[in-house]
Design a protein around this ligand. Sequence first.
Ligand SMILES: [Zn+2]
Length: 446
Amino acid sequence: MKYKYIPVIGMEVHIELSTESKMFCECPAFHFGVKPNTQVCPVCLGLPGALPYPNKKAIEDTIKFGSVFGCKINSISKFDRKHYFYPDLPKSYQISQYDLPFCHDGKYLLPDTNEKIGITRIHLEEDTGKLIHKKIGGTKYSFVDFNRSGVPLLELVTEPDFRDLIDVSSFLKEIQLIARYLGISAADMEKGSMRLEANISVAKVENNSLKELPKYKVELKNINSFKFLEKALKAEIQRQKEMLEMGEKIIQETRGYNESSGNTFSQRTKEEEKDYRYFPEPDIPPIEVSKKEIDEIILSKGLLHSDFRKILRDEYSLPLNYVEYLIGKKSRVEYFINSVKKGKKFSISPKTLADLIVNNKFDEKYEDTSKLIQAVQNLQKKVYSGTKEVDKAALRVIKDNKKAVEDFKKGKTEVVGFLIGMVQKILKGKGNPKDIQKSLLSRLQK
Ligand SMILES: [Zn+2]
């Protein structure tokens, strides 16, 4: 009997928050392109005796983010120590959250398929330093830059609800837009302010139903782009399917992806939770967030890309590709909405404005929406045909529509509308209605 196999995928998404200071000290959090080890202090270097104090803004950002997914917000949360050894982690533990994260049990409905993705938890932790590997004079060296050490890092963990790769990338793009619209992170994959890990297993389907989730999962780490993720997932799903078909057992481990060979490779067997020896961070008391504070944070959220998606699609009836392009950037969609409001006074349709922004990048040409509206008006004037062309078309229409001309002369003046339409047809809609009427009447009334 041949079984059918389907992938079971869960995602872990790390997002670096763009707060001014780091998670537990006053050092600046922005570290891209900054000279190594210039933004450090005893706290983020993990020197003995240094005391961490949490960043309020980072906590608010996390709760705001969690509210988008309808998460339950814990009124009491705490930080915990997660122990492991690595050269970019000087304390040999990371301050993270274990059993009381700020947010848990949420969900997200994917825009195209309405597929429900369960959000297990969203917690806050500190980022690690960064290892830089360099070859100097033929010798390999590794350097550590601690500027990133202690930068607030939000982690979102989903349920293993993904069954195909399109849903995974659709979800991740939504996450990226949510972080950007909330203004909590640039969520830039290339720079590493958004990082992904995937948990993958393959399940056997019998009689079209998935009886139970697999008892193992393989973690894919160090994924730095959506394309890379898709390739790595495909390769890993294939590997697992082949193993299952051969009757082999798949072990729980962490794997990486080699782009040139197109295969995943074993990095290490996966740690279990008990290996981290979590315990409450003794230097930071539990954090209480009141109902009132939570409500205020949620109220300050503003409109998200999904709200604009609805407005553009349902109120302005724009084509889907236009909608997705416009909402791709918050500043762009706000510019568009602003220009629609100004254009309304001059009967410029949302579709016209969307055309010019999507196809001709008018938003980049005219920073000020008033200037954009002016440009559109000039453009609309220019598209009218000259009076010579209008006269020529009017003459032809009068010649070709003798019956209508006779009717007009008998007093049926309403046929003018029909004649104007015929002239517009010749001019492909580019005639100024006033010019056409004038030209027709001067000939009809002779
Ligand atoms: Zn510091």
